[in-house]
Design a protein around this ligand. Structure first.
Ligand code: FE2
Length: 174
């Protein structure tokens, strides 16, 4: 038991965490071996939840897109951060390519369409998305939306249907 005044840098913090603090999330197999964890989103597009933060309105997830998959055109009113873990992709609205190992910051006001070239078998990117993804037609007309609550609903329905159980998603919600 360390004494007060102990200056050893390897002495862990000795006090309890705030009683109102939420529990941490630790996912050792973040890129899962079990394909059931990937929630279908569109043809050749899936996401794997990591943190569904309903209290602050954002979500962290892995997006997986197989060859020729498209993530439909959408607007972001709030920031997005991305880190490419595997493969590559680009937006129809930009001339840069997000390659494996790239970090991407997408500022509020972005409207884009994510595509994976035909010769890329699979891409996986971690995205932190705040607020909503507001789906639009090429002229900005509203087509639909996703937010952390629709994401939670999609996970719940998929995990119930695939046998993991509707409450499997609860571990990712804060
Ligand atoms: Fe986006």
């Amino acid at each position: 038991m360390p004494l007060e005044g102990d200056t050893d840098p390897r002495t862990p913090y000795q006090l309890p965490f705030p009683k109102e603090a939420l529990s941490e999330i630790v996912i050792p197999d973040a890129i899962p071996a079990d394909d059931r964890l990937w929630v279908p989103q569109a043809e050749n597009v899936w996401f794997r939840p990591l943190c569904l933060n309903r209290s602050q309105g954002y979500w962290m997830n892995l997006l997986k897109v197989r060859k020729s998959g498209v993530l439909s055109r959408h607007r972001h009113p709030a920031p997005v951060h991305g880190f490419v873990l595997k493969g590559l992709w680009r937006y129809l609205e930009h001339d840069w390519i997000a390659t494996e190992g790239s970090y991407v910051y997408e500022p509020p006001g972005e409207t884009h369409t994510l595509v994976v070239p035909k010769d890329v078998v699979e891409m996986i990117t971690m995205f932190q998305v705040h607020g909503v993804m507001y789906y639009v037609d090429p002229w900005g007309k509203h087509m639909g939306y996703e937010d952390v609550f629709t994401k939670i609903d999609m996970c719940r329905a998929h995990y119930a249907a695939c046998g993991l159980g509707a409450d499997y998603v609860d571990q990712f919600i804060r």
